[in-house]
Design a protein around this ligand. Structure first.
Ligand SMILES: C[S@@+](CC[C@H](N)C(=O)[O-])C[C@H]1O[C@@H](n2cnc3c(N)ncnc32)[C@H](O)[C@@H]1O
Length: 227
């Protein structure tokens, strides 16, 4: 409500008064870091799908481009089959397409997000999948998998890395982009190094940089090659 009040300094001063209940709604981004269960996570993305692109791009979301660029650097061709896991509204697929990749499939567990991803027209096919469950994809189907902003406590768990690797062909690539909280807190960096020591993968690239610079959040990009 706008109230006009007389003032000693100015003939009239305008005071903006927000009544209880008129407080601006909290945006979705902050809520993301408080999600605890799969059910909360799914409900969150179903509700966020409509405004996700707007909120995330106003914070200069850097990971899709960083991940696509890193993948392009190690990929032998742009004709390879890429699966964008947790593709969301398609920002990660758009970045892959901008980097020249032509055969991009996408999957996510949120139907509303997949509807948004369809509108980007960069995916060859899109399908519903919960990456914490067994994936209904034959082993060694893809040349590369991209997982941008999806590994997190209540999202896709670190254990799913093995599942991602299962669907990648031998010598294929996995690019991961995630924010610093999960890299450290969920020991994703340690898990990757353990996979490397076990001899399942070769860690080709690991770089700290921007994640959501508009919200002052940094993040990691890693490129792994399956042995
Ligand atoms: C932060 S968004 C990232 C979307 C996209 N990759 C991007 O960079 O804009 C996280 C996405 O992961 C999806 N997601 C979370 N948990 C998942 C799960 N267990 N299986 C599949 N998708 C999941 C969400 O629905 C959401 O679309």
């Amino acid at each position: 409500m706008i109230q006009l009040l007389p003032s000693t300094n100015y003939p009239i001063s305008i005071v903006l008064m927000l009544e209880v209940g008129e407080m601006p709604e909290e945006k979705f981004l902050n809520q993301t870091y408080r999600l605890e269960t799969q059910e909360e996570t799914l409900a969150h993305y179903e509700a966020w799908a409509e405004t996700y692109d707007e909120e995330i791009t106003e914070n200069d979301y850097a990971q899709p481009k960083r991940c696509a660029t890193a993948l392009a650097q190690y990929s032998t061709s742009k004709e390879v089959d890429v699966l964008d896991i947790g593709c969301g509204s398609g920002l990660s697929g758009l970045a892959l397409s901008d980097s020249g990749f032509k055969n991009i499939d996408g999957c996510d567990f949120s139907p509303a997000m997949l509807e948004k991803a369809k509108n980007t027209n960069v995916y060859r096919q899109l399908f519903l999948a919960d990456i914490n469950e067994e994936l209904d994809i034959e082993a060694e189907t893809y040349d590369a998998v991209s997982a941008v902003g999806v590994l997190a406590f209540a999202h896709i768990r670190t254990e799913a890395l093995r599942q991602m690797l299962r669907v990648i062909k031998s010598k294929g690539l996995l690019v991961i982009g995630l924010n610093e909280h999960y890299w450290d807190g969920d020991s994703v960096g340690d898990k990757i190094r353990a996979l490397s020591e076990e001899g399942d993968i070769e860690l080709l690239f690991e770089e700290y940089g921007d994640h959501l610079p508009g919200a002052d959040i940094g993040g990691w990009v890693a490129v792994l090659r399956k042995k």
